[in-house]
Write a protein that binds this ligand. Structure first.
Ligand SMILES: N[C@@H](CCC(=O)N[C@@H](CS)C(=O)NCC(=O)O)C(=O)O
Length: 207
């Protein structure tokens, strides 16, 4: 399998880290959706990162769908999702909030970098910034609740998919939206992120 996309994309990075944690062999092809647009397009016409090229040539897009397939490959014993319905629903909620954070930061960055300054729309930027701030606040509250209840990670003693996605989203916010989200307001995320980024799977996939 070949994972295509740059690791500075949080969507690509969450898939790469998941493959590391699950012990799935893959080749990595760092194609940029901007600098390598034509080369990327020659592989897949949608030019979406991440793209996973399977061994038989079939290609998957969208990080959540790719992770769904990876989970199937390794089986339920190695799954990074809780089996209990209530814990799973909480994990889905946390993953959803972190994915919205990623999506809104990207929209914010694209609005500021891809659109000429004279046609940027201030109310739209304000709306995106508010959504990013809200997402970071929800992520902070989840981590705080977990740590204060005695957990090391969101669902207990081991990092799971909700942790991978939350930690990757926080790193992305920190790098790309530091003027929107004040790190000082997120002490639990800061400490949690330091521990996550020190894990071998995270170190193997630097942004
Ligand atoms: N929901 C998708 C979002 C992926 C996404 O938007 N990736 C960006 C790169 S970070 C991309 O491919 N942008 C190019 C485009 O949308 O045309 C996922 O989870 O993979």
């Amino acid at each position: 399998m070949v994972l295509i996309g740059m690791l500075d994309s949080p969507f690509v990075r969450r898939v790469a880290i998941t493959m590391q944690v699950l012990g799935i062999d893959y080749q990595y092809r760092p194609l940029s959706i901007f600098e390598s647009f034509e080369e990327f397009r020659s592989v897949h016409p949608l030019v979406k990162a991440p793209t996973l090229v399977c061994d038989d040539g079939e290609m998957l897009v969208d990080s959540t769908l790719i992770i769904d397939y990876l989970e199937l490959l390794v089986g339920p014993e190695k799954s990074l999702m809780p089996k209990d319905a209530s814990a799973r629903r909480t994990a889905l909620q946390q993953i959803g909030e972190a994915l919205v954070a990623m999506e809104k930061v990207i929209q914010l960055v694209d609005e500021k970098t891809q659109r000429p300054a004279d046609v940027q729309h201030e109310p739209w930027i304000n709306r995106l910034e508010q959504q990013v701030i809200s997402a970071a606040g929800l992520m902070e509250a989840s981590v705080e609740a977990a740590i204060e209840s005695g957990n090391d990670w969101l669902a207990g003693t081991d990092p799971m998919q909700a942790d991978i996605t939350t930690a990757v989203a926080w790193d992305f916010i920190r790098r790309m939206a530091s003027s929107t989200v004040r790190s000082a307001n997120h002490p639990y995320l800061i400490e949690y992120s330091e521990r996550a980024e020190a894990l071998p799977a995270f170190l193997a996939c630097p942004p």
